[in-house]
Design a protein around this ligand. Structure first.
Ligand SMILES: Cc1ncc(COP(=O)(O)O)c(C=O)c1O
Length: 465
């Protein structure tokens, strides 16, 4: 069958899936065994018709899909893929541009350049920052911290790209006690072992305590990186960036901010007080596939020292030809060489939402998170464990008698069985919790109420109310 048939069929299937987003099961219905059987079998020995492959793939995969784009998916921190971004991704796939060098795709290179400037403006970051389009916040953390490592060692007279880390001057790394695990993962990749990292105490919401950081920095000698956080993955809380920036300036430490979703608070006049001080960060990291509602995968890194950023990332080879006009070369700012042109979808999101649309999206999710918490609080057996300052809600079932951890886990299983909404579990300060993240552009008040009712039903079935 012709190539066009496969494309047409895929478009029909994609349209039908998108149209069912609101009502299809939020949870996958297939079992592991069922998926293996449906998708597996021996490698075909000869060619299979492309349209038939697409048809069989969709038929077999669909029961194993989680409707992450649906309005009642509250798992992890997952944006819902705005239709305009999905459309841009379709074009990106058809265009199939390797966004490495300008010569490989002038359009992809310039779209990144334009979107980068828009992002700096929207997020209140210095316009001279360099920007990289990476797979996610984890790789954004890697990129930013590689730039930090370069710059601190350069200032100490050491060329880490040429001479490596063995024998290099020691760099101290300080993180908040509630650091996201991807920062630790990033540091590990860069040669900083997890046992070498110093943790500053955090408060009851997970915010780094500036006095704890001050005491640590006062006792350190030599170059240091401080990793702060905008948006705790459980509570949504923000480290006090202004106070932290005062300390890092005083100690000439590099301030990195992991703002995987919290950085988007900068786009809202009502919320940007949470990130006051972000403009003084040396680097920050965020995700577009979280709160900008761009499809996976899409992360962003911002570095206030472009020379360090580029030195840490860029590679040269005779065949990697650079353009004489000296445009922005996408691969100079990221760890990969060959890479998908993920700037197109980011550009489409920003252009279609505009400044006010991003602010609305972020503020609406926060309002809905508060509504969720308020509904759940009315149930005597439910406690909300965090201050709902952003889009995250931590829910615990506390029975009149018996074990709250067991009741919370059992209630979560019931919610999962009921399949009205998708949420996962976590532990918060030693307590089991259900974790809600409201990050989807299409979630409505009704979705929140239906989901809250499901959680309340589950809590009551613990015999607690
Ligand atoms: C605070 C924080 N940092 C980093 C990450 C990692 O992001 P990603 O999985 O998109 O790479 C997350 C993911 O939830 C996060 O919440």
């Amino acid at each position: 069958m012709a190539e066009q048939d496969a494309l047409d069929h895929a478009i029909d299937l994609a349209r039908a899936y998108a149209a069912s987003r609101r009502d299809r099961p939020v949870w996958a219905t297939a079992t592991l065994q069922g998926l293996r059987e449906a998708l597996g079998g021996p490698l075909p020995s000869t060619a299979v018709d492309p349209a038939a492959v697409i048809d069989a793939l969709a038929r077999a995969a669909e029961p194993g899909l989680v409707t992450t784009t649906g309005p009642r998916y509250f798992g992890f921190v997952t944006g819902g893929a705005l239709p305009v971004t999905v459309a841009a991704e379709w074009l990106t796939a058809v265009w199939d541009q390797p966004a490495s060098l300008y010569v490989m795709s002038p359009a992809a290179a310039v779209v990144e350049e334009v979107a980068a400037a828009w992002l700096l403006d929207l997020l209140g970051l210095p316009p001279a920052c360099s920007v990289g389009f990476v797979t996610g916040c984890h790789m954004a953390n890697v990129t930013a911290l590689a730039a930090a490592r370069h710059e601190l060692l350069r200032a100490a007279g050491w060329d880490v790209e040429a001479d490596g880390l063995q024998g290099a001057p020691r760099i101290h790394v300080v993180v908040g006690d509630e650091v996201h695990v991807s920062v630790i993962g990033a540091l590990r990749m860069l040669g900083f072992g997890s046992r070498q990292i110093v943790r500053a105490a955090a408060d009851d919401q997970g915010r780094m305590k500036p006095d704890a950081l001050a005491a640590i920095l006062d006792a350190l000698h030599g170059p240091a990186i401080v990793c702060a956080q905008a948006g705790n993955v459980n509570s949504g809380a923000f480290d006090p960036l202004d106070a932290i920036a005062d300390l890092t300036r005083r100690h000439q430490a590099w301030l990195h901010v992991d703002g995987a979703f919290g950085l988007w608070a900068s786009a809202s006049d009502a919320l940007k007080h949470h990130v006051r001080g972000i403009e003084r960060a040396d680097s920050c990291a965020t995700d577009a596939h979280k709160w900008l509602n761009v499809p996976y995968d899409s992360g962003l890194v911002f570095v206030a020292h472009p020379a360090a950023h580029r030195a840490a990332m860029s590679l040269a080879a005779a065949y990697l030809v650079r353009s004489p006009e000296e445009p922005r070369e996408p691969m100079d700012w990221v760890p990969e060489s060959s890479r998908r042109a993920r700037g197109f979808a980011v550009y489409a999101a920003l252009r279609s939402l505009g400044r006010s649309g991003v602010a609305d999206l972020v503020e609406r999710c926060c309002r809905l998170a508060r509504r969720f918490a308020d509904r759940l609080r009315q149930e005597p057996s439910i406690e909300i464990l965090n201050e709902v300052v952003l889009n995250q809600v931590l829910v615990r079932v506390v029975p009149a008698e018996g074990d709250a951890d067991a009741a919370t886990q059992a209630a979560l299983r019931l919610v999962q069985d009921e399949r009205v909404c998708w949420l996962g579990g976590s532990r918060w300060h030693g307590m089991e919790a259900m974790r809600i993240s409201v990050s989807n552009w299409s979630t409505t008040d009704q979705d929140i109420d239906r989901s809250a009712d499901s959680i309340i039903r589950a809590a009551r079935r613990q015999g607690t109310a």
